[in-house]
Write a new protein. Structure first.
Length: 140
């Protein structure tokens, strides 16, 4: 019996599953996407960049904004740039979206807005978790 190899798209990363004979299975994740997944996580440092997020929202609402200004603003938010590349890689081959400019062309403004709203949601959750853990540490 032969071995079947296929690619599956996942919202978090692309995985290559190699299914062998019998009940044993081996999962191999692309090293590129493992590294990218780490840069897509929201950290405490990202919470300090809310001013840049606000600026980006303003830029996205401007119909005359140029791609260079948008690219500069997104590059100032490394977690957003990584997430835009990850999202674009779901639509195009990975080697076509290595540069943030190409990823933004693939996504368009609506795609960037989608990724930005997901980032804001994750930032809100992290902020809430940090506030809860800080309040648990305070004596009552």
């Amino acid at each position: 019996m032969g071995t079947t190899t296929f690619l599956r798209h996942d919202t978090r990363c692309l995985e290559r599953e190699v299914l062998g004979t019998g009940s044993s299975a081996m999962l191999i994740k692309s090293k590129q996407f493992q590294a990218l997944g780490d840069t897509c996580r929201v950290s405490k440092d990202d919470l300090k960049r809310l001013g840049q997020v606000s600026e980006l929202l303003t830029l996205l609402n401007d119909p005359y904004i140029g791609p260079f200004k948008l690219t500069d603003c997104i590059e100032g938010l490394p977690v957003l740039a990584a997430r835009c590349k990850r999202e674009a890689a779901l639509h195009r081959p990975r080697n076509e979206v290595e540069q943030i400019e190409r990823a933004l062309n693939v996504l368009g403004n609506r795609g960037v807005e989608k990724v930005l709203l997901e980032l804001l949601e994750d930032m809100t959750i992290l902020k809430s978790e940090l506030d809860c853990s800080a309040s648990d540490k305070k004596p009552r």
